[in-house]
Ligand binder design. Structure first.
Ligand SMILES: [Zn+2]
Ligand SMILES: [Zn+2]
Length: 249
């Protein structure tokens, strides 16, 4: 089972909590050990049995060593928290890079814009740019959203979902964009396909893959858009088609 991807700041927080817990425990044991060491002479003077004397001498040393070890462990946990490897995913709403402990496959709340980023079948759902029909403000909205309340003029904008758009009969006069939302497992093959689709270098194609979702073809006829989308899907990538005018270039 793959470990659930966690936002790196949250993962670090749990490391810090663990480190603080260890540090407090280590410090208490160390202090108790030091107190016992301090009173050792008077305790030893009172004891007659040699066995109990060796225990009275050993116990503070054991506690001090244990306390120091636990404190060092806490330091090690903090060092580890800064070494967590991460995957960067661009928030589809605010474009801020969000760092995860692994490739995210389920919904998360963006720590920058606090919007809910949705996933379906392990893939991030792309967003569409919607222009408010009342005040012309542009908003990024989930393709699953059926309506959106404009945060500038408070008017409700009705939306058609991408599924509805895809189900609708293609119109000859409508041009489409192909949006690549996830590269999938064969990112190298997808990059090579993008090279010919976008007429660019392999390096440029890889740069596109690093910041998804991204349009890979724009304002092209339905048939052509469909074949590009299917080609990308065939390589294990996730791609969708949306009418060209929905996403400004
Ligand atoms: Zn965001
Ligand atoms: Zn508005």
């Amino acid at each position: 089972m793959l470990q659930q991807a966690m936002i790196i700041s949250q993962a670090r927080e749990s490391y810090y909590e663990k480190a603080i817990f260890h540090a407090i425990r280590g410090a208490i044991i160390l202090v108790v050990g030091l107190i016992l060491l301090w009173v050792e002479h008077s305790v030893v003077a009172m004891i007659k049995s040699s066995m109990w004397i060796s225990i009275a001498v050993a116990v503070p040393m054991i506690l001090i060593t244990l306390g120091i070890c636990i404190l060092l462990w806490a330091v090690w946990v903090v060092i580890q928290s800064n070494r967590i490897s991460y995957v960067t995913v661009g928030c589809p709403y605010c474009d801020e890079p969000v760092q995860f402990t692994a490739q995210p496959t389920s919904d998360f709340d963006c720590p920058y814009c606090h919007r809910h980023v949705q996933f379906e079948d392990g893939f991030m759902l792309p967003v569409q740019v919607v222009e408010c029909t009342f005040c012309s403000a542009k908003h990024r909205v989930s393709i699953k959203a059926q309506s959106y309340t404009c945060d500038r003029c408070n008017q409700v904008i009705k939306l058609t979902t991408t599924a509805e758009q895809e189900a609708a009969q293609p119109r000859a006069d409508t041009y489409y964009d192909v949006i690549l939302t996830q590269a999938g497992r064969n990112a190298d093959e997808v990059a090579m396909a993008l090279q010919s689709i976008m007429v660019c270098t392999l390096k440029e194609a890889k740069m596109v893959i690093e910041r998804l979702p991204a349009p890979v073809a724009q304002d092209i006829p339905y048939i052509k858009a469909e074949s590009i989308r299917d080609q990308l899907r065939g390589l294990g990538a996730m791609a969708i088609m949306i009418p060209g005018n929905r996403i400004p270039t």
